[in-house]
Design a protein around this ligand. Structure first.
Ligand code: PMP
Length: 308
């Protein structure tokens, strides 16, 4: 590994800040039961800015991390407060003052299944969001994957377990091999589930529709944030219900939503273009609203931000 990991020189490992290069474990580690969390902190006032960083929805993310650990039979040997301090300290140790991704990882130690490793890597990323961001409107061809999304009676689909991401990686590899930008999973029943690392929302008759948790999706913090704020703040109705593949093809717009993928517009699915305009008007409004939430520009939702 090179000295810096995505621009980060330091991570937090089992209670201390260490150089990424020295954050080493044995190759004998059992990695199949690992879990993790994906959290972002954005610059206050402008998602493309610099300066004070605020973590978006820390509590919701850390609660899910604890739930993921419990589902996989692991106990986190730190308090949520200690993990927050660790996350803040590792961002500061790296001297970051622009957007960062924070990815706490937990997995059982070799030969001591009741003990775990806890590591918090952080790295910088470029957002798709913000005013006049050309990255947002880039064309994106998606395909319906030939891989079904893992069923929650086979793997913990609603938890953020690494094992689920073998499913995502296979779908992404297939998509890339066939010249697409991304993949959308159907669930084991044949209904639309989600993307490879984000939930999906489609627009039908001006209304947003999104699959239920029972469609094998990860319980997404972003999806929940939009369910709570989009109807009230933007006056756009959001309905949680099963979506068929054909309905997705016939939607006016569709976009992915998640911490990593933010709001990512979809141009076409299986080369069938969606709607008349790209990115669609609803997708644009949701993306602007989400950027405002992240940057703390909406007073009534500022309680979701935790300063680094
Ligand atoms: N589904 C999957 C499989 C994911 O990896 C993610 C990213 N965590 C999401 C959905 C979106 O979840 P969130 O909004 O909490 O980031």
């Amino acid at each position: 590994m090179s000295a810096a990991f995505h621009g980060a020189n330091f991570c937090w490992m089992n209670g201390e800040i260490v150089e990424c290069e020295k954050a080493l474990v044995s190759a004998m580690e059992p990695i199949h039961l690992g879990i993790f969390e994906g959290i972002k902190a954005y610059a206050e006032g402008d998602v493309n800015g610099k300066g004070q960083l605020d973590i978006f929805r820390w509590s919701a993310h850390v609660e899910r991390l604890w739930r993921s650990a419990a589902v996989c039979g692991m106990k986190v040997p730190y308090t949520q407060e200690e993990l927050l301090d660790a996350s803040k300290n590792v961002v500061k140790a790296n001297g970051f003052d622009t957007n960062v991704y924070i990815q706490p990882r937990i997995w059982p130690r070799a030969g001591a299944q009741d003990r775990v490793h806890v590591v918090v890597p952080v790295w910088k990323f470029d957002t798709l969001l913000g005013k006049d961001n050309a990255r947002f409107s880039k064309s994106r061809r998606f395909m319906v994957s030939s891989w079904r999304r893992v069923a929650s009676d086979a793997l913990p689909a609603q938890a953020k377990a690494w094992a689920n991401y073998a499913n995502s990686a296979l779908a992404m590899r297939e998509a890339e091999r066939l010249g697409f930008h991304g993949a959308i999973f159907l669930d084991s029943r044949g209904f639309v589930s989600e993307g490879t690392g984000a939930c999906i929302m489609a627009v039908r008759d001006g209304k947003i529709v999104t699959p239920p948790v029972t469609a094998s999706i990860l319980e997404s913090v972003t999806r929940e944030t939009l369910l709570e704020t989009v109807p009230r703040d933007l006056g756009i109705p959001v309905e949680v219900r099963d979506i068929s593949r054909v309905e997705l093809y016939a939607s006016e717009e569709a976009f992915l939503c998640g911490t990593g993928w933010e709001i990512t517009p979809i141009t076409s699915v299986d080369d069938l273009p969606l709607g008349k305009e790209y990115p669609g008007i609803v997708t644009k409004r949701v993306a602007e609203h989400y950027a405002d939430l992240l940057a703390g520009n909406i007073e009534k939702h500022k309680q979701w931000l935790t300063p680094v």
